[in-house]
Write a new protein. Sequence first.
Length: 491
Amino acid sequence: MKQYQNLLISIIICICYLVFFPVTILSTVTLWSTSETYAHGFLVVPIVVWLLYRDRHYFLAYQAKASWVGLILTIGALLLWLVGQTFEISVFSQLGFFAGIVASHWMIFGNRFVKRYQFPMFYLIFAVPMGNMLIPHLQQVTAEITVFMLQLSTIPVYFEGLYITIPTGKFEVAVACSGIRYLIASLAVGTLYAYLSYRKLYKQLIFVVFSLLIPIVANGIRAYLIVLIAHLSEMKYATGADHLIYGWLFFGFIIVIMFYIGGFFIDPENTDEAVTEEQGPAKYNVLPAVFALVLVISIVLVNRNIDITVPPEQPAAISPSQLTMFSADKLAHWGIDFKHSFAQFSGINAQGLELFVAKYANRQTVGELVTSSNKVYGINRWSRISKTDGRVAAVDGDINYTQVLIVSLSGQQRVVRYWYNVNHKLLASPTEVKLNQAYLALKNSTSPVYFYALSKSFDADNPSQGLLKVDNELNHWMAQYIPRLLAGDMK
């Protein structure tokens, strides 16, 4: 039994995290199962277990020596988790969870353990579903590569936003075309390949960078080939779901080529290293472990003291009695989508100005006011041209807002202006929204929070004049009617 005590302690550490952080685990697994971008997460933990199993003889013979550095890092990871919970930043909670598992092993087994198993410990970061913030940048890079290669092919091309127009048709570099799935998958696979194939650090780093750059360039080439196939076939091929199939086949081909090239530089495996049991008894210092356990329980209790509300399956209808000039319209014409809200309103007035309102609890079991899954406009139909921040002077003070200019595949242009209401404060910055929500959470306040958006289309034939007219109309409306929205809670 003594030879398995390290394994038993490691299992106990993992069980503790499973017991104390079930909500974080559930949110992570949900993203793995619902998003193809993060589906690789299901493989990360088994890969880490396999990497440790490969070196099991050293692990079983290893003489532990507790580390106070590991305790400090464990505290930091748990505080990061708590910050994520308080501010409703899921990626912080998930990073804190996985970092906590690593730091707890560091605390119990010591510095030499982490030095030996630094790669398996680091590799857990790929289990965290993050990277969505890169999508707009990847879309832009993909579009620019596509346009550049079309120009090299002497095909006339017009480029606006994320829309590419050639004589045979118009194409949009949509979210699915950004290559984020290929990038994350390539980086995860490439990092593992570099670790298993190379002993020298500079080779490992070069291959990781290689696995990062190749999918970006390859995705641009893929997009170009799709446009080229559609152009040469007069829009018969590569314009529907088949272009996604081409994409995965092309990505598989690129991965094979990447491994083939990397195979020329593989280092021979070091087989001379002997596994010897170190002298002296194991030093499982219980003090840092007890301190960490007390801290975990305290943090979990603090988090559970914050009021968390379960949202309805379908949002209720908001009746803005202060805004009777808007007639309810179930579907906003620009495809705005805010998930898991308690109530919503979508309406349009006689001048064609559209209003959207979403009501949330400050803390919810599912969904939140500020999250990447909430879409200010329909990304499948609209493409963003610009994004700016602005301010409207009103009687009770300035009103800050964010404004995006979007264009559809048909060329229709539209302004979307939005802001948030947290604790009767009108805010445009997501950071300020999160800070105010955290303050309400620590007060255990049950006050609802709101999202507002105004939108109107304008004449694309004269965009500068049309945009100026809409801006003036929105400024006038906000200065006149927003105080009415703040006068009372919308039911």
